[in-house]
Unconditional design. Structure first.
Length: 115
């Protein structure tokens, strides 16, 4: 159930309207994740965190991910750098992880975190 807030009359809206707030974050178990092109993936280790985008999923059960230490670098890489920083990760490893991977996927009109 979504929360509601009352908008003060100082905003110019008539009669202090009540507005329903959208869900802040939706999440599902990572075991139910199905990869899609462009999904944002985060890998966390003991001393480092890597950010990436899924670029491919092959028949052998591997997900191809462009990884970088900073999210900003992902969108500024040229094609040669992208190829150099692409890693293959078993989908089963992602789906069975406990706190190691998190994936932000777009399902219909809603963003969903798989954790």
């Amino acid at each position: 159930m979504a929360d509601t807030i009352t908008i003060p009359s100082s905003t110019g809206l008539p009669n202090r309207q009540k507005v329903e707030l959208p869900e802040l974050a939706a999440y599902k178990p990572i075991s139910s994740y199905v990869p899609k092109y462009g999904d944002y993936i985060v890998w966390s280790g003991w001393l480092s965190t890597w950010h990436g985008f899924i670029t491919n999923y092959d028949q052998d059960g591997y997900v191809h991910v462009i990884f970088s230490g900073l999210p900003m670098l992902l969108v500024t890489m040229d094609p040669e750098e992208q190829a150099k920083e692409t890693r293959k990760v078993l989908l089963s490893k992602i789906k069975q992880s406990v706190g190691e991977f998190a994936v932000l996927s777009s399902e219909k009109a809603q963003q969903v975190w798989y954790v």
